[in-house]
Design a binder for this molecule. Sequence first.
Ligand code: ADP
Ligand code: MG
Length: 361
Amino acid sequence: MSASSAPGRRSLLLSLLLSLLLGCDAGTSIQNRQFLAFGTLMELTLAGVDGQRADRITAVIENDFHALHQAWHAWDPGPLALLNQAFADGERVALPKVVKPLLLASRTLSTRSDGLFDPAIGRLVDLWGFHRDDPRDNRPPSPEAIAELLRQHPSMKDLRLDGEQVSSLNSAVKLDFGAIGKGYGIDLAVERLRSMGVENAIVNGGGDLRAIGDRGNGAPWRIAIRHPDGEHLLGSIEVSGDESVFTSGGYERNYYWRGERYHHIIDPRSGYPARGTASVTVIHSDATTADAAATALFIAGPTQWQRIARQMGVGMVLLLAENGDLHMNPAMRARVKLTDESGTRIHLSAPFPAATMAGEQ
Ligand code: ADP
Ligand code: MG
C-alpha cells in the first residue's frame, strides 16, 4: 500500500456528509464507529446492534486492518517490502501467505484492464513521490527518469509463480497495492463481520465502501458519491443486498508544481498522471474488483472506459470527464440519483452484454 496523509478537512467534511446521509432516519438502531487505517478514515456502520457490541466488533475489524496494512505496505519493513527487495535482486523467494491472494487477484485484474491497473509500477509511484506521507512538497521527476522506467516496463506479467515461490523476470518490478488493497481489506472485513453474525452493515474507507443487507428495517442504505470539487455531492445511490461503491479521483492525492496539478493515478503507458478524467465511480459486487476497476477506468478515460469495464466484468460505471461531461452505462443511469444534472452533458453508452454483467438490464 502507499501511505496516505492524515485525512484532511475535505475528507472529514465528506465523511460528515456521508454520515448525515446514512444516519438520517429515526426508529432504527444504527451505530457508527470511526478509526484510522490504510492512511484514511474508516467508518463502520452497523444496523441492529447495541453500542457495546458495536465497540467489540469495531475493535476486531480495526485490528484486522492494521495487520493488513503492515503486511502490504510497499515501503515500510514487512512481507511486501521483502518481496520487492527480492524482485530487485532477481531472487526467487517464498510468497508470503498474506500477500498471495492479493497478488493473484491483482494479476487477473491487471490483465483484464489491459495493464492500465498494474500494481507492479511501484517505482513509477515512487518517482512521482506519492509514497510519501505528505506529497504536497513534491515536484515531478525528470522526463529521462520516467523514460528509463518505461523502457524497463515493469508489469504484473513479469512475475513467475512456482508453487509457493515467486520471482520476477524484471528487476524494475515493485509491487504497490495502493489501488486495490483497501478494496481487498474491505472484502475481508465483510467476511469477518458475517462470521460474527452481522448481516446489515457498511464498511467504508474514505468514501469507498461495501454495503451488505439493509438498514435493519428493510430500507436500503443510501450512499453518497463525492464530487471532485470536494464541496458537493455528485449524487447518491441506494444499495441493499451486497454491493460495493468505489470512486477514484485525481483530487485525492496531488500536488501543484509551476501551476500544474499532478495526481496519484499514473498511466502505465505514459508514466505520467492520467489525463481526461475527474473521477470514476463503479458499483460492483466485490470491493477488490471495484477498487481496481475504478483506478483502471480513471486511466481509460472518456474514450476507452466501456471496453475496459466490459473486460473487467464491471456492470455499472459513472465517469466524470475533466471537461464536466458525465459518461454512464444505462444500468448506472437507472441507479444513480444526480444532485443536479441541469447543464450537464450526459453521454449514455450502449448497455453492457447481460451475459457478463450482473445488474445490467
Ligand atoms: P484511492 O485509494 O485514493 O481511492 P486508487 O484506488 O485509485 O485511489 O489508488 C491510487 C494508488 O494506486 C496510488 O496512490 C498508487 O499507490 C497506486 N497506483 C497509481 N497508479 C496505478 C496504476 N496505474 N495501477 C495500479 N496502481 C496504481
Ligand atoms: Mg482503486
